[in-house]
Design a protein around this ligand. Sequence first.
Ligand SMILES: *Cc1c(COP(=O)(O)O)cnc(C)c1O
Length: 388
Amino acid sequence: MKKSTQCVHSGAYFDEKSGGVNTPIFTSTAYNYSEEGGIPYPRYFNTINQEVVAQKIAALERGEAALIFSSGMAATMTALLGVLQAGDHLILQNDIYGGTHYAVREQLSKLGIEFTFVEGRKAEDFKKAIKPNSKAIFIETPSNPLLLLVDIAEMANFAKENNLISFIDNTFGTPIFQNPIQLGIDVVIHSGTKYLGGHSDLSCGAVVTSQVLIEKIHHVAFNFGGNLDSMACSLLERSIKTLAIRVKTQAQNAQKIAEALQKLPQVKNVFYPGLPNHPDHEIAKKQMKGGFGAMLSFELDTDKEGRAKFVRHLELVCKAVSLGGVESTLTEPVLTSHSKVDAKMREKMGILDNLYRLSVGIEDAEDLIEDLTNAIQTLEVSKLVESN
Ligand SMILES: *Cc1c(COP(=O)(O)O)cnc(C)c1O
């Protein structure tokens, strides 16, 4: 089956009694037991509503099995703890989601799990960090907020050659555009709060991997909880039915907006993997299929006053954190995702005060371009640009 079909039909549960086309919401937390065992219970991750949506996500990610969590962080940390133990060493890309960076630093050290954050995004950079006790690697692509890419197949091969388990956060890529398991990655993680939920009204997460690894991760999940309740599972199942059409429209809009922004003299740089001048465009073409995602960022050639003016003049694009919803939202990474990174480090990472990150929604691209253009055109064109 193709992905749009899987979005609608994979994992579907047919209720014989009512004949209804949707999975009923099973609210029970207490179930009959029998001698065969296998009693459903929410924290065992085995209720019908959990399993239905897990199967749908596993199918879309081309994985053997999945577990659904109450947040992306619950998914990430449970997956890591399912694989790592005291004395092991984890190698991570430095520009991963800030919350993951923080959780690794805060929690893994307490448990005696070593870790190294690597500046570069290539296998050769990770190779330098290998130790005799290295057990796993963790990557994220496209990255936040500069949309830089990691060559997934290259990293997966590197992990295999060195006997390391590979993790990827595929939140920005979405299961529609990017399937890391097919490229050799072992464990895929999603913050379902973003594109899978897609309406900025649901907190959830997912882990997709092999049957062998899911059992190890399930064991930790069982101990820590972090399960998603049936009502939210049902909302997530409903959301994923429209995932393919949503993200395709969002990515088409993002491409058009990126191209339009590039033409404005007040815009210094546009970062979008779908632009031919993006430094990682070739990698994007190789590993992203059907679209380049719907996240982009750009720098404005203006000062503090101009920045305030730009944001004030946006009428349609909403100034809000998080991403992946049907509505377009804008953040200033310096004030949001990277506010706790010190200014010098931010500069080194290329995250400047005039950088904006846009999560493109499903509105009409023309309206979005008009809104952004109007707000940007309130800014003076700098003399530097004019004289070019
Ligand atoms: C939001 C996000 C997370 C964390 O997900 P929560 O649902 O907030 O726990 C992890 N990775 C990425 C890339 C994210 O954007």
